[in-house]
Structures are given as structure tokens and as C-alpha cells.
Write a protein that binds this ligand. Structure first.
Ligand SMILES: NC(=O)c1ccc[n+]([C@@H]2O[C@H](COP(=O)([O-])OP(=O)(O)OC[C@H]3O[C@@H](n4cnc5c(N)ncnc54)[C@H](OP(=O)(O)O)[C@@H]3O)[C@@H](O)[C@H]2O)c1
Length: 327
């Protein structure tokens, strides 16, 4: 089968290669998926670039955790009824060498989730990381019903879904930060009530005006290192900051403003959701997909032989939306 691989970290153009390798066979408890689309996320790009570690956990890696396609073989103990099922994947490249940038992937059966008939497999390749991250960030720690929520970076792959989930889970007021008019249109399209351009406006002052000086109940944070000062001013006492991203690998936090506001700070990585939390998120996501309540924003569809280009779109912030690779 054709697969994209890398055997060392480095720039996309230098290290990503297309090769012919043996098609995998599903072991007991596994399914094999004939992939149609593979989703590219920032963490795939960071792992390949070596920005977390220069050392590879495996000698050869096929990247990407997210993907979608059709089950074409099942291992022992997996019902034959799954053959032919359209599915999307999660964690395919987390702690594993064989991700979805290939014609086939084998995975434990639970990591292949039924994709509703009304949803395309290109969209299926955007669910494992962007949609589940967005859902958890909004739902965790009591959710957002009747709350005022700030979604930082609401035009991002995660942010666009986070605004929608905040709306669908009953938020009273959704504010989003963006960096351009184009991104404001997208965040508004997703359901934001107000967009603030964080590059040209004073975010705290605007949030003060919008909330009558009270601040927001929850912040869903894409870039904590950059936004700590803004977040501490924008948050209500007893509010939650849910952090899923930070460009800075290290930062300092001011103790006094955090403690006097009784701030609840929640960090999480979607790869490590516990199984009950993940199952709840998948069930809710499936029902929202089935009832066509979600919008999707795939900005680029790139053929597998241009996978390096797909990585560069994500790595250098040249995509406004999800990037998927056609297998
Ligand atoms: N914890 C997890 O499980 C998890 C899961 C998914 C993603 N992530 C991380 O989350 C980050 C975003 O992922 P993504 O796929 O959504 O990427 P993306 O599609 O590139 O979106 C990021 C968005 O954030 C905006 N942004 C950047 N700095 C900002 C700031 N200081 N204030 C407000 N907005 C800002 C960007 O727009 P501008 O640059 O134009 O402002 C962009 O719209 C990445 O660091 C990724 O590694 C973590």
C-alpha cells in the first residue's frame, strides 16, 4: 500500500516521503480501515518537525491521528457486521507508529467510530482531534449552560467547533477573539454573538463593556502563554479557564490575581481523555452529526503526494479551517 512516512524529524519537505509498504492485517480486536481522508492537526506537524522532541518514538512513523474511510477487514472478536461500515478514527498516531496518512490503517475496534450516513468522510477526518477537543473544552467542569463564554481564536479548527458546541450546550452569550475580518465572519457563522479583533482592539475593555463589567464565566483558551494577562482580567471570580493550547512551551503565572479570583484552571489533551468522558463526547457528537446540527470548515483538500504542502499549511498558519489529505 502507499503510505507517507518519516524516519527523522525535520521540515516537511525534507522528511516526509511516500513509500510502498505492506498492507497491515487486523489483529484480534482490531479493524482495518481503507482510508479516504486523513486529517492534519498541529500536533502531527509538531511531532514531525521535532518541536517537542528530536527523537522519534519509533524508527518509522506514518503521521496523523485523524482519518476516515470504510472498514474492509476485521480481526478475531470483532463482529463481521462491521465490514463495510463508514468510520472515523481517533488517536491513530498517538503512541503508535501507524497513523492515517496511508491507504490502510489497523486500529482497535473502539478507535473506529461509526460515521453517520449524512456526513462525508472528509468531515470524518476532522472529528478525532478538532471536534472532540472543542466539545470537551466546552462541556468539562459543569459545561456552559446559561454562561458567558469567551472562545479565543474562534476561527481556528478547534475554535470553530467550540463556538458551535457552546451554542448547542446552552451558553447565554458567546464572545470570540479573532485576528481579521475574514475570521470574524467565520466565528459569527459558527454562532459567536460578538467578535473582538485581539490584534487591534483592547480585549479586556471590550469584554468589560459587553458583560457590564462582570467578565466571562469561562474561557476556552487556544494560546494561554500569550493570553494569560487578558484572561485574568476578562474572567469573573470563580470562573474557569480551559486551556487546550499554548504557543509558548513555558510561561509564568501570577499567583495573586489567580488566587483572589478563585480561578479554576483546567488543562487537558484530547489524546488522554478517559474512556467514559470520550464515550460521552462521541455519543453527543454522533447525535449532533446525525441531526445535521454542526457546520464544518474544511479549508484545504490536498492529495497524499502533496502531504508536505498540507503540513506547511498547518505549520505556518496558512489555513483558516481544517486541512485534510485525500488518500
Ligand atoms: N489540548 C489538545 O488536546 C489540543 C487539541 C487540538 C489542538 N490543540 C492545540 O491548539 C492549538 C490550535 O489548534 P487548531 O487545530 O485549532 O489550530 P488552528 O486551526 O491554526 O487555529 C488556531 C487559531 O488560534 C488563533 N490564535 C493564535 N493565537 C491567538 C491568540 N493569542 N489569541 C486568540 N487567537 C489566537 C489563530 O488565528 P490568528 O493566528 O490569526 O490569531 C487560529 O485561528 C494548537 O496549538 C494545537 O496544538 C490542542
Amino acid at each position: 500500500m502507499r503510505a507517507a512516512i518519516y524516519e527523522r524529524t525535520g521540515s516537511a519537505g525534507e522528511v516526509l516521503q511516500l513509500v510502498e509498504i505492506e498492507r497491515p492485517e487486523p489483529k484480534a480486536g482490531e479493524v482495518r480501515i481503507k482510508l479516504e481522508w486523513s486529517g492534519v492537526n498541529p500536533s502531527d506537524v509538531k511531532s514531525r518537525a521535532g518541536s517537542r522532541s528530536k527523537l522519534l518514538p519509533f524508527p518509522r512513523i506514518t503521521p496523523h491521528s485523524d482519518g476516515a474511510g470504510v472498514i474492509d477487514a476485521v480481526g478475531e472478536n470483532v463482529p463481521k457486521a462491521r465490514l463495510g461500515e463508514r468510520v472515523w478514527t481517533w488517536n491513530a498516531a498517538w503512541g503508535r507508529p501507524n497513523g492515517t496518512a496511508a491507504e490502510y490503517v489497523t486500529l482497535p475496534s473502539a478507535q473506529a467510530v461509526r460515521l453517520p450516513d449524512n456526513v462525508g468522510t472528509d468531515v470524518g477526518a476532522c472529528l478525532g482531534i478538532p471536534a472532540l477537543t472543542a466539545f470537551h473544552a466546552v462541556e468539562v467542569d459543569g459545561g456552559v449552560r446559561d454562561k458567558t463564554v469567551l472562545i479565543a481564536g474562534g476561527a481556528g479548527a478547534v475554535g470553530y467547533y467550540a463556538i458551535q458546541f457552546a451554542r448547542l450546550l446552552g451558553a447565554a452569550n458567546i464572545i470570540s477573539t479573532v485576528s481579521s475580518a475574514e475570521k470574524a465572519v467565520l466565528a459569527t457563522h459558527a454562532g459567536a454573538d460578538v467578535c473582538i479583533n485581539y490584534r487591534s482592539e483592547n480585549v479586556d475593555a471590550r469584554i468589560g463593556e459587553i458583560t457590564g463589567g462582570h467578565g466571562v464565566d469561562r474561557i476556552v483558551e487556544v494560546n494561554f502563554g500569550a493570553n494569560i494577562a487578558i484572561d485574568l482580567k476578562a474572567l469573573k471570580p470563580d470562573g474557569h479557564i480551559v486551556v487546550y493550547g499554548s504557543d509558548a512551551a513555558e510561561f509564568t503565572l501570577p499567583f495573586v490575581p489567580l488566587i483572589v479570583k478563585n480561578v479554576c484552571l483546567r488543562f487537558f489533551i484530547v489524546y488522554n481523555l478517559d474512556s467514559d468522558t470520550r464515550a460521552r463526547a462521541i455519543a453527543k457528537l454522533t447525535s449532533l452529526l446525525e441531526s445535521n446540527q454542526l457546520r464544518h470548515n474544511i479549508s484545504h483538500r490536498v492529495p497524499l503526494d502533496r502531504i508536505a504542502h498540507a503540513h506547511e499549511l498547518v505549520e505556518f498558519g496558512r489555513s483558516v479551517g481544517n486541512v485534510v489529505v485525500a488518500i
